[in-house]
Ligand binder design. Structure first.
Ligand SMILES: C[S@@+](CC[C@H](N)C(=O)[O-])C[C@H]1O[C@@H](n2cnc3c(N)ncnc32)[C@H](O)[C@@H]1O
Ligand code: SF4
Length: 378
C-alpha cells in the first residue's frame, strides 16, 4: 500500500485549574505546579517510541489539546515544538493548533506560543452569560473570553476558533442566540457550536441539571444555524462552522479517517502501515502512570471486518460528499467488500451515489445510526 493517508499529530496536556462538571475529557484538577519541562521530556520520549509506526511520513497538522494546554509555559511549548521538529518532518505549512482556556491566557504567553510555532488557537468560551458560566463551573467571565478572542485577532494568527455550547441548563432560545451573536461579533474564522451532552461519570450525570426539551433544542439549532449561515459561516460537520477557507485541517483528517500519532496522557493514535495493517495505540491515562515512563497502555490491529464501520462512522460526520476512491485509500480494502451494504443503503434512501462520490441523504442524516449499522461487522 504505497499511498498512505495523511499523518497528523495530537499532543495531550492533562491538567486544568479545576474540573468542569460536564467534562469527561482526560483532565485532572491541578494540585501544585505544572511539571512543565519534565512533562515535555516525557512527551518527546513517548513520540520517539512511536516513530517506527510513521514510516518517516511528514506530519501535516498538529493539535495540542487538553485539559488546558495554555497552562504550559511558552518556554516549555517552544521546547516541545522544537523537539517535535527535531524528531520528525513537520510540514513547513502545517496547521498548528493549541487549545486555550480564557481563564489561563496572558498576552505575553500568547505571543510566546506564536514564536514557538502555534498558528491557530482554539478558545473555550462556552457562553457569554455570567450566570451560565458560573453554572458550568468555568474559571473565567465573559470579559476574559472576549479579551482572549481579541488577543487572537491582534496576533494575526492563521486562524482561531471559539468553542461555544448550547442547550445549557435552563437556557432559553434568546439566551442561546445571544451567545452566538456575541461570538459572531468577535469575527472568529472558525466556530465550534456543541450541544451540551450529559456524559457518564461527570458531576452533571450524578446531579442532572434541567435542560431545554427536544422542541426547544430544535428551535435553538434551527435559528442558531440560520444566524451562523447569514453571518457567512458554513457548517461542514455536526458542530463545526467555518468561514470559507478556514476549516480545521486537523479535525478534517480525523473525519476522513486519516492517520494520527497520539502523544501524552490518554492519547489515541491510528497508524496505517505499508502492509495495509491499521494499528491503534492508547497511551496511559493518568499523569502519574504516564510520567513514570510507562507510556503505552494498549496497542492493537484494527481487524478488516471493523474497518468499513470505522471509516463511515468518521466520514459521515462530514457534510461534504465522500470521494469513493478514499474508501480504498484509507482502509486498504476494495469497494467490492462493502458493495452489498452500499446497495442496501441506496435502496433504503440513506445514501446517493455518483460514479465518483457518496452523499448522505436527508433521510440518512436523520437515521444516521441505522445507516452506520449496515457497516457493522456481523
Ligand atoms: C477538550 S475541551 C477543551 C477546551 C478547554 N479545556 C476549555 O474547556 O476551555 C473541548 C471543547 O469540548 C466541548 N465540550 C466539553 N464537554 C462537553 C459536553 N459534555 N458536551 C458538549 N460539549 C462539550 C467544550 O466546548 C470544550 O471547549
Ligand atoms: S477546562 Fe476544558 S478540559 Fe478542563 S475540565 Fe473544563 S471543559 Fe474539561
Amino acid at each position: 500500500m504505497a499511498n498512505l493517508p495523511p499523518l497528523s499529530l495530537y499532543i495531550h496536556i492533562p491538567w486544568c485549574i479545576q474540573k468542569c462538571p460536564y467534562c469527561d475529557f482526560n483532565s485532572h484538577a491541578l494540585k501544585g505546579e505544572v511539571p512543565h519541562e519534565e512533562y515535555v521530556q516525557h512527551l518527546l520520549a513517548d513520540l520517539e517510541k512511536d516513530l517506527p509506526l510513521t514510516s518517516g511520513r511528514e506530519v501535516s497538522t498538529l493539535f495540542i489539546g487538553g485539559g488546558t494546554p495554555s497552562l504550559l509555559s511558552s518556554e516549555a511549548m517552544a521546547h516541545l515544538l522544537d523537539g517535535v521538529r527535531a524528531r520528525l518532518p513537520l510540514s513547513p505549512t502545517a496547521e498548528i493548533t493549541m487549545e486555550a482556556n480564557p481563564g489561563a491566557v496572558e498576552a505575553e504567553r500568547f505571543s510566546g506560543y506564536q514564536r514557538a510555532g502555534i498558528n491557530r488557537i482554539s478558545i473555550g468560551v462556552q457562553s457569554f452569560s455570567p450566570q451560565k458560566l458560573a453554572r458550568l463551573g468555568r474559571i473565567h467571565d465573559d470579559e476574559e473570553a472576549k479579551r482572549a478572542a481579541m488577543l487572537a485577532t491582534e496576533l494575526h494568527l492563521r486562524s482561531f476558533n471559539l468553542d461555544l455550547m448550547h442547550g445549557l441548563p435552563d437556557q432559553s432560545l434568546d439566551e442561546a442566540l445571544d451567545d452566538l451573536r456575541q461570538a459572531i461579533a468577535l469575527d472568529p474564522p472558525h466556530l465550534s457550536w456543541y450541544q451540551l451532552t450529559i456524559e457518564p461519570n461527570t458531576l452533571f450525570a450524578s446531579r442532572p441539571p434541567r435542560l431545554p426539551d427536544d422542541d426547544a433544542l430544535w428551535d435553538i439549532f434551527e435559528q442558531g444555524h440560520q444566524l451562523l449561515s447569514s453571518a457567512g459561516y458554513q457548517r461542514y460537520e455536526t458542530s463545526a462552522y467555518a468561514k470559507p477557507g478556514y476549516r480545521c485541517q486537523h479535525n478534517l483528517n480525523y473525519w476522513r479517517f486519516g492517520d494520527y500519532l497520539g502523544i501524552g496522557c490518554g492519547a489515541h493514535g491510528k497508524l496505517t502501515q505499508h502492509d495495509g495493517r491499521i494499528i491503534r495505540t492508547v497511551k496511559t491515562r493518568h499523569p502519574r502512570g504516564f510520567m513514570s515512563g510507562n507510556y503505552l497502555d494498549k496497542q492493537y490491529d484494527v481487524i478488516d471486518a471493523d474497518k468499513p464501520f470505522e471509516f463511515f462512522m468518521n466520514r459521515l460526520r462530514l457534510l461534504e460528499a465522500a470521494p469513493r476512491e478514499e474508501f480504498n485509500r484509507y482502509t486498504g480494502l476494495s469497494e467490492a467488500v462493502i458493495r452489498p451494504q452500499i446497495d442496501d443503503a441506496l435502496k433504503q434512501g440513506y445514501l446517493s451515489e455518483t460514479p465518483t462520490h457518496w452523499q448522505t441523504t436527508e433521510k440518512g442524516t436523520l437515521f444516521l445510526n441505522s445507516l452506520l449499522e449496515l457497516f457493522l461487522a456481523e
